[in-house]
Design a protein around this ligand. Structure first.
Ligand code: SAH
Length: 673
């Protein structure tokens, strides 16, 4: 066998790789503090790696070091140090020395870095490396870092590189007033939340949630107990029990159907019963069958059960354009297009347009007050919303408009890129606009009676937009790198909007919600619960109980409309056949190509068979088939998640609307260009 000679990288090559990493892997992802970027560019990460891993030093991943531990991913090291808000010259404590790499980066900024490592072998090795390469202001100690390092306290900043169940009090006690503790916390073994605690006074602390992260466990007196560390997700995966033959029970219970439009929906309507809210999910944001079946069920609910509105996982102002059209409201022709932002195909597609046209026609035969409305629950339209509020106020109350214009002006610099507002607020380089947007909402609500008397529908529009801006402002501040807090904020906003709608549309109003399975299915029955996340489905269950009916969808394979990255181009991608140990695989093995069944009857054999936790697939606007198992599957208990499940073994992508396909429509048409 020929032995390939491995190319050994030179120092110059390492430097080039490192500069690239700082530019593309760190700066481009939002870390902007020059002190952090310079420090990352200065420390050779390869020096902290075992010989055989040196060549991977600038891959943006954590890597194994000795004793089953890891050297953190460069981006997360930079992110955490930035979150500690260092200005230079501080006294800093690090818990979890590991290889010593993060301590070396910190040493470029801080005056002194004290670092504690629990595993003696690692502490020794790191101390030797740091000494060898001349990081003389780093001091390593072998011990339990959950107790801090009292001898050198108090600290300007403490950074913890391992995740514990709670915040160790010894650490907060060793902070200076004004000092920051950055630490991953969480009781889930899959993920923690990165939290920043700021000591405001002797007794007061402020807590901010910064990001979802994944670290090795923090083991010690004020961390996890050594024998209590829960096994990783791989070991927890449920094993199929052969003897049950759940696929047989599924086939038995399945109500098969063929063509979507010819499907007999009476059994489903009977199961829905008197529920006032029906939440209909989708397992992807780009599957034609899900959209068409959802529309078909919704038509039946409107025609046969008197439902009054549809509310979608789309932004309020965009859906309002559709609403004007379908309810024949006297709105000015608009110069803008609904759902024109990424991911456009999610709502600008033939499937949705067919429904919208149907609703427009149905409503034309109804009196105005009986028309079925169309609303958006989501909050990504901060700037469109501001524009509409100002437009509205200009018409009804120019004086208030002038005050509101001033207040919303705070957010103007971030018009193009609201996410960078969140970042600026997070790093303290920009004051938040919270007080201003809350005041603008209050002003509007204070005049509710005067305004709403003129036109209740338009007031609802304006006040919902103002509420949206308040929540979006908070959302962007907490969203930085996708934290639990921002997920919950968004779903809480969607649920509150839903409740506003129920109140707004006559007493006893009934609504249908269209959103992804991950918003509609009860989060309490999935691994989201372990991360402290909830969603519309969970909130509905809690507040309305059986009065809301949750419907989920699933598929085995086919094609889907999705992007590869956020903001990326639409692609028609192949959906991989479902993974072993997933619910989808079971449904597939039932050999029933299309079916639905109810899940509320816990004594039914198929429900009993589905009660064992399994994996479930979720495809959003992004689909990455290559990393499918880790990025698109999560654990769930299906009969606790949904009341009904609808299966399409093979599915096709939605068909996005093309420009020429809407020629000849009136200029009130919401999908216009
Ligand atoms: N900052 C490190 C990454 C370390 S990984 C680097 O750049 O390489 C986390 C480390 O925390 C592990 O080495 C683990 O052994 C250590 N650790 C876990 N619990 C600890 C505790 N209570 N005190 C000190 N170190 C701990």
């Amino acid at each position: 066998m020929a032995v390939a000679l491995k190319h050994v990288l030179t120092d110059a090559e390492f430097t080039k790789l490192r500069d690239d990493m700082v530019k593309h892997g760190i700066r481009a992802r939002g870390v902007r503090d020059p002190l952090v970027l310079e420090a990352m560019a200065a420390v050779p990460r390869q020096d902290f790696l075992p010989q055989e891993l040196r060549e991977f030093a600038y891959d943006d991943t954590p890597l194994p070091i000795a004793a089953g531990q890891t050297i953190s991913q460069p981006y997360i090291v930079a992110f955490m140090i930035e979150a500690a808000l260092l200005k230079g010259g501080e006294q800093v404590l690090e818990i979890g020395t590991g290889s010593g790499y993060a301590a070396a980066v910190l040493s470029q900024i801080a005056r002194d870095v004290y670092t504690v490592e629990r595993i003696g072998q690692l502490a020794e090795k790191a101390a030797a490396t740091l000494e060898e390469y001349g990081y003389s202001n780093v001091h390593v100690r072998h011990g339990d870092g959950t107790r801090g390092w009292q001898a050198h306290a108090p600290y300007d900043a403490i950074i913890v590189a391992a995740g514990g169940p709670a915040i160790p009090e010894s650490l907060t006690a060793q902070l200076k007033i004004g000092g920051r503790l950055v630490i991953p916390v969480g009781d889930g073994e899959r993920a923690q939340e990165l939290v920043r605690i700021t000591r405001v006074s002797d007794t007061e602390f402020r807590r901010e949630e910064l990001a979802d992260v994944r670290f090795v466990p923090l083991i010690g007196d004020e961390g996890w107990q050594p024998d209590n560390v829960r096994p990783g997700p791989a070991q927890r995966r449920p094993m199929p029990r052969r003897e049950e033959a759940p696929e047989k029970a599924i086939a038995q219970a399945a109500e098969p159907f063929g063509a979507i439009d010819a499907t007999e929906l009476s059994p489903l309507l009977a199961r829905i019963g008197e529920a006032d809210l029906v939440l209909i999910g989708e397992a992807t944001h780009g599957t034609s069958e899900f959209y068409r079946m959802r529309a078909s069920i919704t038509r039946a609910l409107i025609e046969r059960r008197g439902f009054n509105f549809v509310a979608i996982e789309g932004d309020w102002p965009d859906a309002a354009r559709i609403d004007h059209y379908v309810r024949h409201r006297d709105a000015k022709p608009s110069e803008w297009t609904a759902f024109a932002r990424f991911p456009t195909w999610m709502w600008r597609n033939h499937e949705v347009r067919d429904f919208v046209d149907w609703l427009h026609k149905l409503n034309s035969a109804r009196r105005a007050e009986n028309r079925v409305a169309f609303h958006g629950l989501d909050l990504y339209s901060m700037h469109d919303s501001i524009r509409f509020i100002l437009q509205y106020l200009d018409e009804v109350d120019p004086e208030t408009a002038a005050v509101a214009r001033e207040r919303y002006g705070c957010l103007t610099p971030w018009q193009k890129d609201p996410a960078s507002y969140g970042h600026a607020a997070l790093t303290g380089t920009f004051q938040t606009c919270e007080a201003q947007v809350v005041a603008a909402l209050k002003d509007l609500m204070a005049k509710r009676n005067a305004y709403a008397d003129k036109d209740g529908e338009r007031f609802l529009d304006a006040s919902q937009n103002a509420q949206l801006v308040v929540n979006a402002e908070r959302y962007y501040r907490t969203m930085y790198y996708g934290s639990r807090a921002s997920w919950n904020l968004r779903d809480q906003h969607m649920f509150d909007t839903l409740k506003t709608l129920l109140k707004h549309h006559r007493p006893g109003a009934k609504g249908v919600v269209w959103a992804h399975n991950s918003h509609v299915g009860n989060a309490g029955a999935t691994e989201m619960a372990g991360r402290g996340e909830f969603n519309i489905g969970a909130l509905c269950r809690k507040q309305f109980g059986r009065n809301c009916y949750l419907i989920g969808f699933g598929t085995d394979r086919g094609t889907v409309a999705a992007a590869s990255d956020w903001g990326g181009a639409l692609e028609i991608k192949t959906v991989r056949p479902s993974q072993k140990q997933s619910y989808e695989r079971l449904m597939h093995e039932s050999e029933t190509p299309r079916f639905m069944f109810g899940l509320r009857d816990r004594t039914a054999p198929h429900v009993r068979a589905l009660f064992r936790p399994r994996l479930e697939r979720a495809i959003g606007v992004i689909y990455r088939p290559d990393s499918e198992l880790s990025s698109h599957y999560f654990e769930a208990v299906l009969p606790d998640q949904f009341d009904e499940y609808i299966w399409f073994d093979e599915t096709q992508a939605v068909s996005p609307l093309k420009a020429h396909e809407i020629e000849g429509y009136p200029d009130t048409y919401p999908f216009g260009l």
